[in-house]
Design a protein around this ligand. Structure first.
Ligand SMILES: Nc1ncnc2c1ncn2[C@@H]1O[C@H](COP(=O)(O)OP(=O)(O)OP(=O)(O)O)[C@@H](O)[C@H]1O
Ligand SMILES: [Mg+2]
Length: 251
């Protein structure tokens, strides 16, 4: 058993009064320090799977194990970064980033030290005292990423965290994310619609089927880092994933 195991996760939602099967037995074993990317058609159940893994939602079947222990509630060891970085509008950027540290009782000097590092990494130092309404969408997303990273969780669950970023910031963060991962040896599950992003980041990429989602294919990306978007050697990996993904999107 690895760091995180998803065993036969099933989920149904109610739609028009009838049960709608969304996850059809997701079996996944993630080793400590792996960077797993998930791609799949819109509405297939990727966010639902992440939410279940985070303990934010209950599955209708199956179990999630962290370090061999069954988990069914949220915990500081699994932190989620959402599609839309949900920030507190009444807190400024620094206080948003430090929120979890404050709740955890970390003294203010230590909090500042940690948040400074990540504000700097996300190029937000200049905006530490700004409020969220004063930020662009991409900036808000960077605050959300910093807020998750300061907590130093065992497992980071990221739901399309870069989708709202401009291409230049995204390219920077794609390299930065690899460096953070290499440095911190975090276990990451990262959902994206962007196949090139998945290939740059992942140690392997999972392709989910159309709903009800199953894992259709797993593609290992054994290639040197940091990987950059322009590297043509990454194209064959992208093509392989697209060949699996396209028929699912058309269903
Ligand atoms: N709380 C809910 N109540 C009812 N149906 C839901 C709920 N949450 C998700 N669903 C349904 O479950 C399915 C999967 O949704 P989910 O958000 O997991 O998809 P996704 O793969 O993340 O899609 P996208 O790529 O568009 O973000 C969809 O059909 C959606 O309508
Ligand atoms: Mg989603």
């Amino acid at each position: 058993m690895g760091k995180l195991e998803s065993r036969n996760i099933e989920k149904y939602f109610k739609h028009d009064g009838k049960p709608l099967k969304t996850l059809d037995g997701i079996d996944l074993n993630v080793e400590d320090g792996e960077f797993v990317c998930i791609v799949g058609p819109s509405g297939c159940g990727k966010s639902t799977f992440l939410r279940i893994t985070a303990g934010l939602e209950k599955p209708d079947g199956g179990e999630i194990f962290l370090d061999t222990k069954s988990v069914d509630t949220t915990g500081p060891n699994r932190i989620m970064v959402f599609q839309e970085g949900a920030l507190f509008p009444w807190l400024n950027v620094r206080d948003n980033v430090e929120y979890g540290l404050k709740i955890a009782g970390i003294p203010v000097e230590e909090r500042n030290k940690i948040s400074n590092r990540y504000l700097d990494m996300m190029q937000l130092s200049q905006f530490a005292t700004s409020y969220t309404y004063q930020l662009s969408t991409g900036m808000k997303q960077r605050v959300a990423i910093a807020r998750a990273l300061v907590m130093d969780p065992d497992v980071l669950l990221m739901d399309e965290p870069f989708a709202a970023l401009d291409p230049q910031t995204r390219d920077l963060l794609l390299v930065e994310m690899q460096l953070i991962w290499q440095k911190t040896k975090k276990t990451i599950i990262f959902v994206t619609h962007n196949v090139s992003e998945a290939v740059m980041l992942g140690t392997r990429v999972l392709v989910f089927t159309h709903r009800p989602a199953k894992i259709k294919k797993e593609i290992k990306i054994d290639y040197r880092r940091p990987r950059v978007a322009e590297d043509e050697n990454l194209l064959p990996y992208q093509q392989k994933i697209l060949a699996e993904l396209r028929p699912e999107v058309k269903k």
